[in-house]
Write a protein that binds this ligand. Structure first.
Ligand code: TYD
Length: 137
């Protein structure tokens, strides 16, 4: 796996009534959440993301439906399928991400360790490549 991306499997508390997942900050995920947002109603064929963050850490969870996440870090690309509410994808800083193949019913929850800050975004792919290759040298 890419060093700055990891999969998290949350324990499911299930019984005859159904299922429940609890996410304890700094225990089940390695940070305290300052921001939560969710993406839903994504049109067919649409890709989202297409950026990296300099420092932000995020955990993505498909609460409903499924979505594929492409992550790229220092010339290594990996694809992750989020298709269950107990699967989380932790993405740290300097990882290019693209979200695509959203199912119609997909609700993608994102937990973030910082408030929204446009200055933390790298939206230009060439700039991302040049910043990460500089880091390796
Ligand atoms: P955008 O960055 O385009 O989303 P994605 O990464 O999925 O392509 O964000 C869409 C809009 O929502 C944009 O106007 C910025 C705004 N936004 C916030 O106000 N707060 C947030 O936490 C996020 C993630 C986006």
């Amino acid at each position: 796996m890419i060093a700055k991306v990891s999969q998290i499997y949350f324990p499911v508390h299930g019984d005859q009534r159904g299922s429940l997942i609890a996410i304890e900050h700094n225990i089940d995920i390695p940070f305290s959440v300052l921001r939560t947002y969710y993406i839903y109603g994504t049109k067919q064929g649409i890709s989202r993301g297409l950026h990296a963050h300099k420092r932000l850490k995020q955990v993505l969870i498909a609460l409903s439906g499924s979505v594929t996440i492409l992550c790229e870090y220092i010339k290594k690309k990996e694809y992750y399928l989020l298709d269950s509410p107990n699967k989380g994808l932790l993405i740290e800083g300097m990882v290019w991400r693209e979200m695509y193949n959203f199912s119609k019913n997909c609700v993608l929850l994102v937990l973030a360790n910082e408030h929204y800050d446009e200055q933390d975004y790298i939206r230009n792919y060439e700039e991302f490549i040049s910043m990460t290759s500089r880091n390796v040298q």
